[in-house]
Design a protein around this ligand. Structure first.
Ligand code: GUN
Ligand code: ZN
Length: 441
């Protein structure tokens, strides 16, 4: 994987998860070591723990001392559209209008390979600057947009999932495929990219409103042939969308039931949004083993509604909930901004999000949704060395707040409420430095 065969050590505070905070006491799920270190070899974590132990184990290995910097796994963004980076903050009445007025005209331009390549590079730069080392990415309907993305990700040795958006109705003609071409193109892209280097393919029907029954059926059949890949789509984002989906698929009892009917659910399925679900739908998602990508900045910006974390957990306790930016309906690449929005969304329903839950959803949760949790999203021996180093005092204001923090949970809580990309001091991808930040204060 990584060309560098030598060992190296990162020293600083370390943060990892020893349990899922949703399964028990959130505070007890965090493993924080004040003087910690991580031993890396060939792009993988050999050991993580107390500095005294790791330095002994890695004797002779060069040490990068990050001082008070907090070393943790890179963030995982479970739902993001790389072609939409240039339309962030574009106003429209609602989701369907936003798609027609801004998104489709923007995505149409991705028949231009040069634009796709340039945007993919810019997108990955933004990810690394924000400490995001893995993501589940929507491309456009053009197969070439996927190739451009995976080529850029491969050059950086980044662990990314991506897929060609499939849509054969309710979209402009020059952005539409067909049931057959969606199947053929997706199959060819899976064969080309899935499992090549660190790449993962995600079958990507945009949503039930833009796919015919025939297309959903073809993609369900393709997933059956290739169960090793992911499946990502949108589900239950706005009331208007739900009404239009009902009208477009009158034979189905629920929005989620449409995907279910075509075999488009189960482990490896990631449903974006899931705001207005019934408890029956929430339970069915949980029973299936699928995951939800919670996209709170997008939901707030679009006026879609607020994701009900409490109800989702109550009706579907086994569902993995991951955090996601949903750029370009989402407004920030920064997982800190997304975590704050998730905190605020949960509060709408009286649920108080613990920082351990927020950080878990932004790391382990995303990795689990992408079925990559044995490789990324946490610090543990054998996992890939996709790491970030955070400055817990990235601005003078946060520094004053953190001075008063009584424990690591309070320090993390203030990051989740106050921090942004300035908190990311460094990003390592497979053990190699991929970004180094400039101190803000
Ligand atoms: N539903 C269908 N397509 C999209 C998209 O590109 N963004 C969001 N937020 N919702 C969608
Ligand atoms: Zn989306």
């Amino acid at each position: 994987m990584n060309q560098n065969n030598s060992r190296s050590i990162l020293r600083g505070q370390t943060l990892s998860f020893s349990a899922n905070p949703f399964d028990g006491d959130p505070a007890g799920s965090i493993d924080h070591i004040e003087d910690g270190a991580v031993l890396i070899e060939d792009g993988c974590i050999i050991a993580a723990g107390a500095a005294a132990d790791i330095l002994t184990q890695g004797i002779g290995a060069p040490i990068t001392n990050h001082g008070n910097g907090l070393i943790m796994a890179g963030f995982v963004d479970a739902h993001i559209h790389y072609p939409q980076v240039d339309i962030i903050g574009s106003h429209a009445e609602g989701l369907v209008e936003w798609l027609q007025e801004h998104t489709f005209p923007c995505e149409t331009q991705f028949d231009d390979e040069k634009l796709a390549k340039n945007t993919a590079e810019f997108f990955l730069d933004q990810c690394f600057q924000n400490g995001v080392t893995s993501a589940s990415v929507y491309c456009t309907v053009h197969p070439q947009s996927v190739t451009s993305f995976f080529e850029a990700a491969s050059r950086r040795n980044a662990c990314m999932a991506a897929g060609k958006v499939c849509m054969d109705r309710n979209a402009p003609a020059n952005l539409s495929d067909s049931a057959q071409s969606a199947y053929d193109d997706t199959k060819a892209l899976i064969e080309m990219w899935h499992g090549r280097g660190r790449n993962t393919y995600a079958i990507t029907p945009r949503f039930a409103l833009s796919s015919s029954q025939e297309q959903l059926e073809a993609l369900g059949a393709l997933w059956k042939e290739h169960p090793e890949v992911l499946m990502q789509t949108h589900l239950s984002e706005t009331q208007d969308e739900i009404a239009q989906v009902r009208a477009a698929h009158p034979d189905h009892k629920s929005y989620y039931g449409i995907y279910e009917a075509f075999g488009l659910t189960g482990p490896g399925a990631i449903f974006g949004h899931c705001i207005h679900l019934s408890d029956n739908e929430r339970k069915a998602i949980s029973d299936s083993g699928a995951a939800i990508a919670h996209c709170p900045t997008s939901n707030a910006f679009m006026g879609s509604g607020h994701f009900d974390l409490a109800a989702t957990r109550r009706a579907g306790p086994n569902t993995t909930i991951a955090l996601a930016s949903d750029i370009g309906a989402g407004t920030s690449f920064s997982p800190f901004v997304t975590m704050r929005a998730a905190y605020e969304a949960a509060r709408v329903y009286g649920r108080i999000l613990h920082p351990a839950e927020a950080f878990w959803m932004a790391t382990c949760g995303g990795a689990k949704a992408m079925r990559l949790d044995d490789r990324v999203g946490n610090l543990a021996p054998g996992m890939d060395a996709d790491l970030i180093v955070l400055d817990l005092k990235s601005t003078p204001l946060i520094a004053r707040r953190v001075e008063r923090a009584r424990d690591i949970h309070e320090a993390l809580f203030s990051q989740m409420i106050m921090a942004d990309e300035r908190a990311v001091k460094a990003t390592y991808v497979a053990g190699e430095k991929a970004f180094e930040g400039v101190r803000a204060n």
